[in-house]
Every structure is written in structure tokens, then in C-alpha cells.
Design a protein around this ligand. Sequence first.
Ligand code: FES
Length: 154
Amino acid sequence: EHGLDVDVIYGARTVDLLLIKDKIEKVATNLFYVTDDGSYGEKGFVTNALEKRINDYDICVAIGPVIMMKNVCELTKKYNLRTIVSMNPLMVDGSGMCGACRCEIEGKPKFACIDGPEFDGHKVNFDLAMKRMNIYKEEEKEKWDMMKKSLGRN
Ligand code: FES
């Protein structure tokens, strides 16, 4: 829509998790698929595909799991490629009041709901973000197990 060339490196664990392919194919100048298991496109991770072409780009936008965005930022930092990430922490009120979505950007607290969710990826404390995303892991597992049990699944 803005007349920019945008390459997309679209990765997933396996082919069944590559969603909305048709929409992405319509907007991408060049599209590179990557799957962890090699079931579609190149086998590997988005970082492998990105590093092969990294000198072609002026800016990188990484959206997806926090660990992927962290790895992309570690790579792009080496090549001094500006990188924007879209943080996806737990959100409760979405108004900057509850603090649930707090991220650390350049050592300072920011709220993804009102200050982001896009941030300079080279300034994000990803280790803290991953730790905070696991705060309710036990409760999530309990709920998941309860749900499976109620559906008669193990
Ligand atoms: Fe509550 Fe952002 S969701 S502060």
C-alpha cells in the first residue's frame, strides 16, 4: 500500500502452522518459507533464512514468539540492521493501569499496551519478557489439564 518492497521470511515449526499464506503471498515482494522440520520451504529457522539475505535489507520487522524475536535481534545487532519487534506480553486492562504488560526497554519500564507494542528490538530485555510470560505457566497447565479431562481426553 505504501509502495515499499517488503520481503517476508515466514517460519513455523511445521507446514500445518503456516496460516494465512494466501494473504501474505499477495503483499510480499519476495516470500521465503522456513519450517523447523523441513515440511515446507527451507528447513531451519527464520534466522538462517534472514542471515543469507541480511545485507539486502534496510530494516527488519520481527513478529512472533519472543524467543524468535530475541534470536532475530541478536543476529541483526551483529549486522547493525535496525529491527522493530512487536511485543506480545500478557495484557489485562490494556490501558496502562494494571502493569501486566510491563516490558523493559533500555533498562526502563514500558507498557506494551500504551507505549508499544512495537519497540526497537535492540533495546528490549527479552530474558525478562520470557520470564514474565511464564508467570502463570502452572495455572495454565492446570486449566489445560482440567479442560482435556472434561472433554474426555488425556
Ligand atoms: Fe495493563 Fe498494559 S495491559 S498496563
